[in-house]
Design a binder for this molecule. Structure first.
Ligand code: SF4
Length: 660
């Protein structure tokens, strides 16, 4: 029933929307006709002087009367349409071009953004008409001066709306993806930001043409705009007002024209806005997401057994009054070619920021610090060196493919970029590779998908496309940040299998970020567990699942149901909250929630140490779990080893620098 009723209602709304546009469209058509035809049809009566007919009032022959030289005022009003509208469009275009440029800088530049934003704020404090008058005096009288003045007065408004729209777009994953591809800021602005903010800016411009007509008429009325012998509606209004009590038609005709034109463009803007809003509300829902980035260009170095080396990585954000937030406090691991490392942890553990820090995607004022951050032979802490390699050997799959794929760009264009920009492939070669990449991720009919936009694909399909984009760069490292979180369970498993297969087939190393330890276990050789910005445990996947040593890992494993999980008993839950990124504790950050915590835990921070008898199992805990049932083991034996011969709790041990 609901469906049957909804269809006519939807059609009715569409019809009402179209009808609402009929009035402004007809009026616009009329104005366009006058711009073209009025000088031809009424040019003579508008310009020919007849002193004998000077100063006449309204009559059958002269509906709006005549001016001091006997020229027909209605004819002059009609002829002035071209001048008035042309100047308004030019002023809007000028203000739009400069304002959009400034807004893009303010919304996307880290260095200039604040300065430009401050200037915009100051200019917005003044009414546009006041600014127009000020600039008109500055630029001089006449048509050119008035266009420059109104354009300058409109600039802050355009800049502000562009800045706001840009700020909403720059956080999208496809912008990060473009950065990883090595695109320059100007290229990102023109190719990725502008197409996505173009629609609202265009609507804003349409409405502002109406405002420009009023502003330009105002300047001409004040004698600052168009100068004789040229004339526009403002000029005619100014002349007509001197005789308004004798011949009201002389002022009425241009006044009606100004109001009608202003209304037309305002109605047109509103109608277009409604039309777009209606289209968007009726659009297909964006599918589940994910994104990808990529890089290409074969690496001529020898990767050896250290594809990625991370030692003591930190991500720092300055806070208020000198405080500092450190969402990633100490992360170390090493990844070899072909290996898959899963990083798992709850929200706020720092796992996704770790991935962003490796790809140099931490925005200011955030900062990345590390003892070592090396990918192949490249020091990732060297920003210039990173620019040379990003988009070549490192691919990313983001959490939300709907965010990662630019909605304004076709799938094919996304696929072509890595090969054409970084590998230097000619377009036909890149297109062939794109088809191959789509087939590699099990997308049928690649030629058709190539021509589609992201909104035409399902969530799983988008995710496959993102992975295919990653493959276009022949990556050595694939970073997948929660790549299945937004997908339903069936699609999740397909994508996990696909990612695992691609890792095997390409020999690329893979960093797989997830909050779900069961998902990580499906694709990863090793797992690193993060808590409050620290890696608290790291081990081969099977070892970790069979015998977690850190109490937090044990709870994560126990909270992940398996086929043998008791369906009646509730899953274990973790009380309390993770310490905030600006908390500075002397001891273990898990102590508040840990049932095994004691004075040693709260007074001293546990380093990541190798567990005795295991080469690859490391844990940061003074009292790691031992034995077959680690979750229930409350013992405090420290079986970890260090290289000094003793451990910090007094038992014999051999210390080893943690994760590598
Ligand atoms: S160091 Fe202490 S508080 Fe921290 S996890 Fe281990 S037992 Fe718990």
């Amino acid at each position: 029933m609901a469906t049957v009723a909804a269809a006519p209602a939807g059609r009715g709304r569409r019809r009402a929307r179209l009808l609402a546009g009929a009035v402004p469209l007809l009026l616009l058509l009329g104005f366009v006709f006058l711009c073209v035809a009025a000088p031809l049809l009424w040019g003579d009566p508008a310009s020919a002087t007849h002193v004998a007919q000077a100063g006449q009032g309204t009559s059958v022959r002269h509906w709006a009367g005549t001016d001091d030289l006997g020229r027909d005022i209605l004819a002059r009003t009609l002829v002035a349409t071209r001048n008035s509208l042309l100047l308004a469009v030019l002023a809007t275009m000028l203000g739009g071009a400069v304002g959009v440029g400034l807004g893009l800088v303010a919304g996307s530049s880290r260095r200039l953004g604040r300065l430009v934003s401050a200037v915009i704020n100051v200019l917005l404090a003044f009414p546009a008409l006041l600014l127009s008058i000020f600039f008109a005096v500055l630029f001089g009288l006449g048509s050119v001066g008035s266009v420059l003045a109104v354009g300058a007065a409109f600039t802050p408004g355009f800049a502000r709306i562009t800045q706001t729209l840009t700020a909403a777009v720059v956080g999208r994953d496809y912008i990060d993806a473009a950065r990883v591809l090595g695109r320059r800021p100007l290229s990102i602005a023109l190719r990725h930001i502008l197409p996505n903010i173009g629609e609202p800016v265009l609507l804003y411009s349409t409405i502002h043409i109406g405002t420009a007509i009023l502003s330009l008429s105002g300047l001409s009325f004040l004698g600052l705009g168009v100068q004789p012998p040229s004339y526009d509606w403002g000029r005619l209004l100014s002349d007509g007002l001197t005789r308004v009590y004798i011949s009201p038609g002389a002022a009425l005709a241009p006044a009606v024209a100004i109001v009608l034109a202003g209304l037309t463009f305002n109605m047109l803007g509103e109608w277009l806005s409604d039309l777009i809003a209606g289209r968007e509300s009726g659009a297909l829902p964006a599918g589940p997401p994910q994104v990808s980035i990529v890089d290409a260009e074969a690496d001529d170095g020898t990767p050896g057994d250290r594809l990625l080396e991370v030692r003591h990585l930190r991500v720092i954000y300055p806070g208020h009054r000198g405080s500092v937030a450190t969402p990633v406090r100490d992360v170390s691991f090493r990844l070899a070619p072909g290996q898959t490392l899963g990083i798992v942890g709850e929200s706020g553990s720092g796992k996704s920021l770790t991935a962003s820090a490796i790809a140099q995607l931490i925005d200011a004022p955030g900062a990345v610090d590390a003892q070592t951050l090396r990918f192949l032979d490249l020091d990732l802490l060297d920003r210039q060196a990173v620019d040379k390699v990003l988009g070549r050997s490192m691919a990313m799959v983001f959490q939300d493919p709907g965010e990662a794929l630019n909605p304004a760009i076709k799938i094919g264009t996304h696929l072509l970029e890595p090969a054409m920009i970084h590998l230097g492939d000619p377009k036909p070669v890149a297109r062939r590779k794109a088809y191959d990449a789509l087939r590699a991720v099990a997308i049928g009919d690649p030629a058709r998908r190539y021509r589609q936009h992201q909104h035409e694909l399902s969530g799983g399909m988008k995710q496959r496309v993102c992975i295919a984009i990653g493959l276009m760069g022949e990556p050595k490292l694939l970073i997948a940040d929660e790549p299945t979180t937004a997908l339903d369970v069936t699609v999740q498993r397909q994508i996990l299998r696909l990612i695992a297969r691609i890792g095997r087939d390409t020999g690329a190393g893979m960093l797989f970020i997830s909050h779900d330890i069961a998902v990580v276990a499906e694709v990863c050789d090793r797992v690193a567990v993060m808590y409050a910005g620290f890696v608290v445990e790291q081990a081969p996947t099977a070892t970790l699942l069979a015998g977690p040593a850190h109490p937090y890992t044990a709870l994560l494993v126990a909270a992940s149901p398996t086929m043998t999980t008791d369906k009646v008993a509730p899953l274990p839950a973790l009380d309390g909250r993770m310490p905030s990124p600006d908390a500075e504790l002397p001891g273990c950050y898990f102590a508040d929630r840990c049932p095994r915590a004691d004075a040693t835990c709260t007074g001293h921070r546990p380093p990541l140490l190798r567990i005795a008898g295991s080469q690859a199992h490391r844990v940061a805990c003074w009292h790691p779990l031992t034995g077959p049932d680690r979750a229930n083991d409350a013992g405090t034996n420290d079986t970890r080893t260090n290289d000094t011969g003793t451990n910090d709790t007094g038992t014999n041990a051999t210390r080893e620098e943690a994760p590598l």
